[in-house]
Design a protein around this ligand. Structure first.
Ligand code: PRX
Length: 658
């Protein structure tokens, strides 16, 4: 699994000059004691009680960490709590019922504000409805919604009754939905009629109807009417209208179910090294403690803030840092349905200005687009409310980092470049914004308590400046507990490569390559497995390849990543066809359609290159590494191990012709 693609590509060559945290920031920061790193070391694992203390527990935990059955760790064992109680009820009890919880900014310029009380009422009504539909504790509820308030409401309603949610990004295809519902045996689905895409009505329900035909299990579906007259729809058998249900259960409440700290809060599917998406299982106690702690310590979120993470709740960033982290801390979280350039390229800055946003968190792919569009867009708005900026999802090189720091933060806001993954649950590598110097191009050191090691193939630490594999040597509370598809796959995917079970030494392998400097700052270079990161979204090359080889006429396919100025990486496909299929245009169209049907438009290839054969080793293995070099216009290494070396030149000529 390791090394198929070689070291990642979208890496900054150098880190920029370090910058110190602005003193105005340091004075007011949630965490500013430099001794925190040492404190976490000496007190480990009890140091993590600092995170658990941010939550309200129904029952105190007995131990902080149980590591007897590694790598299946238990955090805060014996403790009981409810995530929805922590995100709602306790803020009401603290007299903050009228405080804004969610400020929603719709695509068409609509706005809705939910106070903590409003959110509590609607979550309770929908939780009652879910129960009435038959949802029991531990039943997986699938949520297939765009960025509308009903999405976090449904997540919290599930959490309230102890039903794990599995949110499927709304832009994924019907087939992707089917695969995820099947794998999780999920019999409940929440979706909507459709949503707006650049002003046009897009039909989501028809995708769901397609999916229903392919699902073996009987499914009860709740539909949110988002578009009204703009897209009339009819409900079939076992389909219920969200607003009707709310009316039916108006004003009803549900006692939050007390969950064991280790009970599953949610499932999140992500791409792995095979074609099958992985169902990453997150716990209730450890996960919530870790997202609350990092929202507090890294993003410096305060209850009185207006905080905005401009991600999609369909992925982990939105789960942890639009919903659970900020709501656990009782802050105001902004939720934006649209894109950064509609109706104009200043849309985000207009939202920051109007809402006086304090903390803003986005992805490098967006920052690169802002930079390309020009500084006049942010310059036209008052961004002085901003106190801290965050970046997540991909490496950010010094140029966009500096642009973000200067043109958005006006050199007054620390920038935290936060490295983490669906599997880590919450941020694991970042500077602490009031304590550490920032080095543009390097995410930072492991957070206090996170033991990051960059190692060579034998698991030995590499020298500062050298490239190695990014691993973590100790467990942490937010980590995935297992994969829904099984403990064996969990062990194989993350733990086998660098652990020594005989010696009871466990090492988490992230799948990323990185460098570490003398100060312990990590520069993440990209994936070393069969995953590519397109605009901060994780895609499996094997999953795309299998969508391509499903097309009639295709013999073989190899998908690699090509560096891209805007997207970080683009999908680049090489395809050989069976004899008799000469019409490349038709095959190309069928390939694109099939990828969109199997995964979704996010996996659309930037290029499809036809070749009579793919380059292979003598043992018949496709040389994807070489194909990646060709796609990136890089000098090729030794091709003597190839069975068909001549094909490489032919492919290069074909690309040059286009
Ligand atoms: O390659 C790393 C990259 O995104 C991967 C995780 O993707 P996903 O599970 O979808 O979660 C994304 C949001 C947390 C990582 O393996 N990545 C994430 N953050 C950074 C990053 N690469 C470099 N720098 C980052 N700050």
């Amino acid at each position: 699994m390791v090394d198929r693609n070689g070291w990642g590509r979208d890496h900054p060559v150098l880190t920029g000059s370090p910058r110190s945290p602005p003193s105005s920031f340091v004075e007011q920061a949630n965490v500013s004691e430099p001794g925190i790193y040492e404190e976490f070391e000496t007190e480990w694992p009890d140091c993590w009680e600092r995170a658990a203390e941010l939550l309200s527990w129904d029952e105190e935990y007995d131990t902080v960490l149980e590591d007897g059955n590694a790598p299946f760790y238990e955090w805060f064992a014996g403790g009981r709590l409810n995530a929805s109680y922590n995100c709602l009820d306790r803020h009401l009890e603290a007299g903050r019922k009228n405080h804004a919880a969610i400020r929603w900014e719709g695509k068409q310029g609509e706005r809705r504000t939910y106070t903590y009380r409003d959110l509590y009422v609607e979550v309770n009504e929908f939780a009652t409805a879910l129960r009435d539909l038959g949802v029991e504790e531990d039943d997986v509820v699938t949520i297939y919604l765009p960025m509308i308030p009903e999405l976090p409401i449904a997540m919290l309603a599930c959490a309230r009754i102890g039903a794990p949610h599995s949110v499927v990004f709304a832009g994924l295809s019907a087939d992707a939905l089917v695969a995820r519902m099947d794998a999780a045996d999920s019999e409940y689905l929440l979706t909507c009629d459709g949503y707006y895409r650049r002003g046009d009505a897009f039909n989501q329900k028809s995708k769901v109807d397609n999916a229903q035909l392919k699902l073996e299990q009987d499914v009860r579906t709740v539909v949110v009417d988002r578009l009204g007259e703009d897209l009339p729809h009819v409900l079939g058998d076992e389909e219920y209208d969200y607003h009707d249900l709310r009316e039916e259960f108006s004003g009803e409440t549900v006692e939050p179910v007390s969950r064991d700290a280790e009970d599953m809060l949610f499932l999140m599917y992500t791409s792995g090294t095979t074609g099958e998406p992985k169902g990453v299982v997150h716990s209730t106690g450890g996960y919530l403690a870790h997202v609350a702690w990092t929202s507090h310590a890294v993003l410096d979120v305060k209850p009185e803030d207006t905080y905005w993470c401009a991600a999609d709740i369909g992925w982990i960033t939105g789960h942890s840092y639009i919903v659970y982290g900020p709501l656990a801390l009782g802050t105001t979280t902004v939720m934006y349905e649209g894109t950064p350039d509609y109706p104009d390229r200043d849309r985000l800055w207009e939202i920051v200005d109007r809402n006086a946003v304090d903390v803003f968190y986005t992805a490098p792919t967006a920052i690169r687009a802002f930079m390309k569009w020009g500084e006049e867009y942010p310059a036209g708005h008052d961004l002085s409310s901003l106190r801290l900026l965050g970046s997540v999802g991909e490496p950010i090189s010094p140029r966009p980092w500096n642009w973000y720091y200067e043109h958005i933060g006006k050199e007054n806001c620390p920038v935290v470049d936060t490295w983490w993954q669906t599997e880590t649950g919450a941020v694991t590598i970042s500077t602490l914004p009031a304590i550490d110097d920032m080095k543009p191009g390097a995410a930072g050191p492991g957070l206090p308590g996170i033991d990051v090691r960059v190692v060579d193939g034998a698991g030995e630490p590499v020298d500062p400046g050298d490239t190695g594999y990014l691993t973590i040597a100790r467990p942490w509370p937010g980590m995935a507990r297992t994969l829904y598809d099984g403990d064996d796959r969990f062990r194989a995917e993350y733990w086998e490569r660098f652990s020594d079970p005989e010696a009871d030494e466990w090492r988490y392998f992230s799948g990323d390559a990185a460098r570490i400097d003398e100060d312990g700052y990590v520069t993440v270079l990209g994936r070393v497995d069969d995953v590519i990161n397109v605009s901060g979204r994780r895609l499996s090359t094997m999953e795309i390849e299998s969508a391509i080889t499903d097309v009639a006429g295709v013999a073989e396919a190899a998908v690699v990543g090509r560096s891209s100025e805007t997207n970080g990486t683009d999908v680049y496909a090489y395809v050989s066809t069976e004899g008799g299929y000469d019409d490349e245009t038709a095959v190309r169209e069928a390939i694109v359609d099939n990828i969109e049907a199997a995964i979704g438009p996010i996996a659309r290839p930037e290029a499809v290159v036809f070749t009579p054969e793919l380059p292979k080793t003598r043992s018949g293995k496709i040389m994807r590494r070489l194909l990646e070099d060709v796609a990136n216009g890089e000098e090729l290494g030794d091709t003597s191990a190839l069975r068909n070396p001549e094909i490489v030149g032919e492919i290069q000529a074909e690309i040059d012709d286009e």
